[in-house]
Design a protein around this ligand. Structure first.
Ligand code: GLC
Length: 816
């Protein structure tokens, strides 16, 4: 069953059957003011922090589903009938009402046909102003004049997510609201900058036209589905110091047959004065600034997407890579992981491993944000070489003491709360930073970054802003040294609190994933060091040692063991009854470059044999059924869910990349297609979640809801999907001084095209595959001139900034 389709021309996903089974969400805003909204305008807005500075309230995980939101009510003043422009909350019978939701890149458009009125509400946030714009358009499609009232409504929050949910004896009496000059102002009295406003292009100053108090607008024993004010047809002019506040504004007018009207609401950060400025700026000249800001937002995304566009025989891959996968990856970099309908804002900051991987995926489309994130991560590293698992980057910049301490200021934790010890360290966290830094340099050519100096978390002094400072290069060395030190009796890295798999808690036991990752990081680091002419012998030797231990201790004769518990029991090996084969150790064996091709092939064959399902690859098999605390929390999760043998999305692209390294293009695409959300568009009765987003996991075959996808948007799956497809399957990889072209595709692909912008030059690359092979490049021409192909891959030297280049690549002949 399907609920919508991909509109690639407009870069939108169109939900035309609006009663989707779960919320299908989108993100609006790309800087400080941001919102998460679903297909029926339910959701919330926050300024900078979803934990400390919530603008509007959200009641997560409740019934009715995912409310409140930013709603526009339309009322027919002749009949008294009313509805909303998004299907919910009024929830009109879909037999009489037609609702469509278009999720675009950082905007969402709700439209509705009801009672002869066509209505539209577009939510977006301009690039340069912290205001959410509700662009509302109405058209009278009947042949008679209509008298209408339109109400814009949103419920304000008390900013701090905790305060918003408890201790009302305090918060209820510290928030006030007022109305003046058509503007509602919310004032959190106990905060220094506690203002928001809600206004519209034109609101007459009368009490019928506004309510600042939620309970006056909605009325007792009612919900957002039937607010008293809308039912009556007018507001009551409520406002108060204390209470629960809302922005509710009414505009009433007549629409002749065929006539259209545009109204714009503004929900913004700042006080009443700010609201006045914004209203003026955006309303004048027929909303010219609304239109130009919307176009600027569209261009903002177009420019990013234009950095890399593909055309392959795989439509799902084209749609996802050209639009949605980059969008999802970018959203992860912008918002980190803590604002969604799942992570509802109760946590702030950056997860070390997630952010490192996120930053690695988008240096071509967002170099500055990637670099900013890398710097935040460098500062979150300890001098011991392990990283802070979850931290707030603000902790490691100079702090100015707040003017007064209110209950909602961001708490300032003590140093010991900020910098945890090794007992809370995850073995993999910091290792991800190394390839992320190296990929950033390869993309941008910003070699100077490597010698920039940054502080360490454990030596940082918040008052002076000082601490021990070392170069980026030195930071990376400390990470590698830590992993070399932290090994167990097999010479494999200890698992510590967790490795990439949060639920595998091996402590002093050993993790294959971490040793392979260590090797991968070492290869990146030594390549970088050599390019910079530095002595990296020590690290080349370290890599040789890691290789040796991995091959000796982890190869179990059939595939790669996942690790050892602290008592020495193997996990992920043929003798294990449960958790016999794992994705992480086998994919990373190949990706790390630490193992032989022959064994790599056997390992990935085991992945195919034991872990493949039609919806993607399971994380492990068989699922664990009994708690086993030496293995970890994974054994306490229901079978087929999350890390316990679900189809965990994030590592799936590791398998595509590993297959590409092994030269098996057909297998890589088979795995790609299985997980691809696009391919599940028509089976929403199984998938449930939105088909334009990767989800954290899909229930595995051991679970009764096999195939159901959970936790969209905030997952590293998109970044990894982008990385694996573009760099490994399509094989276009920036190196320090050249662009490598090394595709691995299904033999059935006759050709593909990719347009890649790299360091300011455009590379139009056509790959021809006349003989139907998977891997190997025999000939390559750059602007009509042949270039050398080494190791069956082409290497294009970096071309002049501003140049447009045409490259044709011929894949190998068959049987060579
Ligand atoms: C979640 C976490 C991520 C972890 C993964 C596997 O996605 O955000 O850090 O690696 O689960 O446990």
């Amino acid at each position: 069953m399907k609920y919508g389709y991909f509109d690639n021309e407009n870069r939108e996903y169109v939900i035309n059957k609006i009663d989707v089974p779960v919320s299908w969400t989108n993100y609006i805003g790309v800087k400080d003011l941001c919102g998460v909204f679903n297909h029926t305008a339910g959701g919330y807005l926050f300024y900078k922090s979803p934990e400390y500075h919530r603008v509007t309230r959200f009641r997560p995980n409740g019934v009715p589903m995912d409310r409140p939101g930013h709603y526009v009510y339309v009322r027919d003043d002749d009949t008294g009938e009313y509805w909303t422009l998004s299907w919910q909350p009024a929830g009109k019978d879909l037999k009489n009402a037609k609702y469509v939701c278009r999720h675009g890149l950082s905007y969402t458009k709700y439209s509705c046909e009801y009672s002869g009125i066509h209505g539209e509400q577009t939510l977006f946030i301009p690039l340069d102003d912290p205001v959410e714009i509700w662009d509302v358009k109405l058209k009278n499609d009947t042949d008679r004049k209509r008298r209408l009232s339109v109400f814009g409504y949103a419920e304000f929050s008390f900013h701090h997510i905790t305060i918003d949910n408890q201790n009302f004896q305090m918060s209820l009496y510290c928030a006030g609201s007022s109305f003046d000059d058509g503007i509602i102002e919310l004032d959190l009295f106990y905060e220094e900058k506690g203002f928001q406003y809600f206004t519209a292009n034109s609101v007459e100053n009368s009490k019928e036209n506004f309510d600042c108090l939620r309970d006056s607008f909605i009325g007792p024993y009612r919900t957002e589905a039937n607010p008293a004010a809308v039912e009556k047809g007018y507001c009551s002019g409520s406002f108060e110091l204390g209470g629960n506040h809302c922005g509710a504004l009414r505009q009433s007018f007549e629409l002749e047959s065929g006539e259209e009207k545009r109204l714009v609401f503004f929900l913004g950060e700042g006080n009443q004065h700010e609201g006045q400025k914004i209203r003026y700026r955006y309303s004048s000249k027929d909303f010219a600034k609304v239109d130009s800001s919307f176009n600027a937002l569209k261009n903002f995304w177009k420019e990013k997407l234009d950095k890399l566009q593909i055309s392959t025989p795989n439509e799902g891959m084209n749609t996802m890579i050209n639009i949605w996968t980059l969008y999802q990856a970018e959203i992860n970099v912008m918002f980190s992981r803590f604002a969604s309908f799942i992570e509802v804002g109760g946590r702030t900051g950056l997860g070390y491993r997630d952010t490192s991987q996120d930053a690695m995926m988008v240096p071509h489309s967002n170099p500055q944000k990637s670099k900013d994130r890398l710097i935040e991560l460098l500062k979150g590293l300890t001098t011991d070489g392990y990283a802070l698992h979850l931290f707030n980057p603000d902790w490691f910049s100079k702090q100015t003491a707040p003017a007064f301490k209110s209950p909602t200021v961001v708490p300032s934790p003590s140093k010991s709360q900020m910098v945890h010890g090794i007992e809370d360290a995850c073995a993999d966290d910091a290792l991800w930073l190394i390839p992320a830094v190296v990929e950033y340099v390869k993309e941008t050519g910003d070699f100077n970054f490597i010698d920039e100096k940054y502080t360490y978390a454990d030596t940082f002094d918040q008052l002076t802003g000082d601490g021990k400072k070392e170069t980026v290069f030195d930071h990376l060395k400390r990470i590698l040294d830590f992993s070399a030190r932290e090994i167990g009796s097999h010479g494999i890295c200890r698992g510590l609190r967790a490795d990439w798999n949060d639920c595998l808690n091996l402590g002093g036991g050993e993790s294959a994933m971490v040793s392979f990752l260590h090797h991968w990081a070492l290869t990146h680091f030594t390549a970088l060091g050599k390019r910079l002419g530095r002595d990296v012998c020590l690290y080349e030797n370290m890599a040789a040692n890691v290789r040796q231990s991995c091959e000796k201790e982890l190869w179990n004769g059939s595939w790669y063991t996942r690790g050892f518990t602290s008592s020495g029991r193997a996990i992920g090996s043929p003798d294990c009854g449960e958790g016999k084969v794992f994705m992480e150790s086998n994919t990373w064996a190949v990706l790390s470059g630490a193992v032989s091709k022959e064994r790599g092939i056997a390992a990935m064959d085991a992945v195919n044999k034991y872990l493949y399902t039609p919806y993607g690859l399971k994380l492990c098999d068989p699922a664990f059924s009994r708690p086993d605390d030496e293995v970890g929390f994974v054994t306490r999760v229901y079978k087929g869910l999350k890390e316990n043998a679900a189809i965990f999305s994030h590592p799936n692209p590791w398998a595509w990349a590993a297959e590409a390294v092994l030269g098996r293009g057909e297998r890589a695409v088979k795995f790609y297609d299985a997980l691809c959300p696009y391919n599940q568009n028509d089976m929403i009765e199984i998938r449930k979640a939105e088909p334009y987003m990767y989800c954290q996991f899909i229930a595995g075959p051991d679970h009764s809801a096999f195939g159901r996808a959970h936790h969209p948007f905030m997952t590293g799956s998109a970044g990894w999907s982008y990385f694996a497809v573009t760099r490994f399957m399509l094989g276009i990889r920036p190196d320090f001084d050249s662009l490598i072209i090394d595709p691995c595709i299904p033999p059935s692909w006759p050709s593909f095209f990719i347009r890649r912008v790299w360091r300011g030059a455009v590379y139009n690359i056509t790959v021809e595959n006349p003989d139907g092979v998977s891997k190997g490049v025999r000939e390559c021409s750059l602007n009509g001139v042949l270039v050398a192909c080494n190791n069956s891959a082409a290497e294009i030297p970096a071309q002049k900034e501003g140049s447009e280049n045409f490259i044709t690549v011929f894949m190998e002949h068959k049987n060579r």
